[in-house]
Design a binder for this molecule. Structure first.
Ligand SMILES: Cc1cc2nc3c(=O)[nH]c(=O)nc-3n(C[C@H](O)[C@H](O)[C@H](O)COP(=O)(O)OP(=O)(O)OC[C@H]3O[C@@H](n4cnc5c(N)ncnc54)[C@H](O)[C@@H]3O)c2cc1C
Length: 473
């Protein structure tokens, strides 16, 4: 690993023709000379599920890749928002999906619970695996580095402006990938975008947490005694439980008693879900609380207020569980996610917008970058849970490469949960298996477009999706 920016500049000098008359290794930004990092084929902003996967496959196919990540690990929401399960998926997946599970298993992670087809990991192992796979391709990472601005000239990104402990730096490359989840780079570069449903409401976000010291068998027995049929109530250590208010869930009366006891508030009952963690006895992961007061998660102040509110909600839920839920008598809070779990925020409007019709007809495309089979799964603040027809095992739609490119910037791909779809279809494509495959094919597209000498926006996207049907087993 290179250690300082000046070290990078020595190793990766920009030619004077690249500099176009500017000072070697500096760029004048807002009246200040700032250092320039160059020499990369592909720069990916955001090292989450999609960005890491893109980096791995672009590097594997020979591109010189830099990932710029505002956090201090790869993995994004899967690590920082504690979204540890990869939703079950029965379609052929790309190489990274299989390699990641293989590497998790090598590190002793029980990736499958033996009941469902979800792939689990701990956040720590996931970040380790992604980092090793990516660095193993010869790529570089700039952690703790925030993308802040972009310089676009003649429909091409010329520089990214990033901020980190070294100050402001300009980053130069042939191609750029926006894997920020929130389309941060695409919006800054002038790509058209949209957000939310027809009324502008975003999906509900959650602040997840984990607890340990739970007597899961006792908890399960209690749920069984209520004839709670929501969960796979099987023997074995895996157990999942849920309660959604006013939907007849058997746990609701106990939650109501929590309100009567002055521990819980009405908003704490909006959505409660927890599941045991394979390989971590006595631990459960909580896919809640829903931050139902936050209608607009594209507002930085609303996000910040919701974080403070979410932490209070978690404290109330933990107290309620410890005092009133059988099995939680000796439990404790292990950790709260250090990032809000954002299901949906901005979506780019690309060359193709994937729509409900495509979902219904199980659309196929010559330029497919991923196969999706998770149902349309909206957590809505105003309409509750909105679900569309689920597919039978083996059925899928495809996402075309054209959902990743746009008419405004030629050397940019957008990947992950913010690609070009409608609000409803985003609620299907956002799951991690699909996002991993998108990233994988996007990385291949970067390498192949570069070799072919064409811009990402002009690349035809054919032959990228080659998934094999072994689901990592
Ligand atoms: C509460 C919740 C529960 C979910 N449950 C499941 C589930 O059970 N199973 C499943 O498969 N999926 C689930 N999902 C969906 C899935 O987790 C996400 O949609 C997916 O992880 C998004 O991946 P991504 O790569 O697009 O974004 P992310 O993983 O969020 O990656 C974006 C990255 O960009 C970085 N970044 C952002 N801005 C900047 C910047 N300016 N500069 C530098 N870096 C930046 C971020 O730090 C992050 O690392 C859930 C999502 C949520 C929110």
């Amino acid at each position: 690993m290179l250690e300082t920016i000046s070290e990078w500049q020595t190793l990766l000098p920009l030619t004077s023709s690249e500099q176009n008359g500017e000072n070697m290794n500096t760029y004048k930004y807002n009246g200040r000379e700032i250092p320039v990092i160059g020499g990369y084929d592909t720069v990916i902003v955001g090292g989450g599920t999609a960005g890491a996967s893109c980096g791995i496959s672009a590097g594997r196919e020979g591109n010189r890749v830099l990932i710029i990540e505002k956090g201090i690990s790869l993995g994004g929401a899967a690590v920082n928002a504690l979204v540890t399960p990869v939703m079950e998926s029965f379609v052929p997946h790309e190489q990274n999906f299989r390699d990641i599970e293989e590497e998790l298993k090598k590190r002793g992670v029980t990736t499958r619970d033996g009941i469902m087809e979800y792939v689990y990991s701990t956040p720590e192992t996931r970040q380790e695996v992604l980092e090793e796979l990516f660095l193993g391709t010869g790529g570089d990472i700039l952690y703790d580095t925030v993308f802040s601005d972009v310089v676009v000239e003649e429909k091409r990104i010329k520089y990214l402006i990033v901020s980190n402990v070294s100050g402001l730096t300009a980053v130069k490359a042939s191609q750029f990938v926006d894997a920020t989840g929130d389309a941060v780079l695409s919006r800054a570069a002038g790509v058209p975008y949209t957000s939310g449903d027809d009324e502008g409401n975003n999906q509900i976000s959650s602040l997840r947490f984990e607890m340990g010291g739970i007597d899961i068998n006792r908890y399960r027995d209690y749920c069984l005694s209520l004839e709670d049929t929501f969960s796979p109530l099987v023997n074995g250590y895996f157990f999942e439980s849920a309660m959604v208010k006013n939907k007849g869930f058997k746990l609701e009366p106990l939650f109501r008693k929590g309100i009567e006891a002055g521990i819980l508030k009405e908003e704490d009952l909006f959505y409660y879900q927890c599941f045991s963690l394979p390989g971590e006895p006595g631990c459960m992961s909580f896919n809640c609380p829903h931050l139902s007061k936050m209608k607009n998660n594209t507002d930085a102040f609303e996000r910040s207020r919701s974080l403070s509110e979410g932490r209070k909600m978690i404290r109330r839920l933990v107290t309620f569980l410890q005092k009133m839920m059988p099995g939680f008598e000796n439990s404790y809070l292990i950790r709260i996610a250090n990032e809000i779990g954002i299901r949906e925020s901005y979506r780019i409007v690309g060359k193709y917008v994937l729509r409900e019709e495509d979902y219904i007809k199980r659309a196929r495309f010559d330029d497919a970058v991923a196969k999706g089979d998770w149902y349309i799964d909206v957590h809505s603040a105003t309409k509750g849970l909105v679900h569309m027809e689920k597919y039978k095992k083996g059925e899928y739609y495809e996402i075309p490469y054209r959902c990743l490119i746009n008419d405004k910037v030629d050397n940019l791909l957008t990947i992950g949960r913010c690609i070009s779809t409608t609000f409803l279809v985003q609620a299907s494509i956002r799951v991690q298996a699909c996002v991993t495959d998108q990233g994988d094919c996007a990385g291949k597209a970067c390498a192949r477009a570069l070799k072919a000498g064409v811009e990402l926006a002009d690349f035809d996207g054919k032959g990228l999706c080659t998934g094999k049907a072994d689901n990592g087993k």
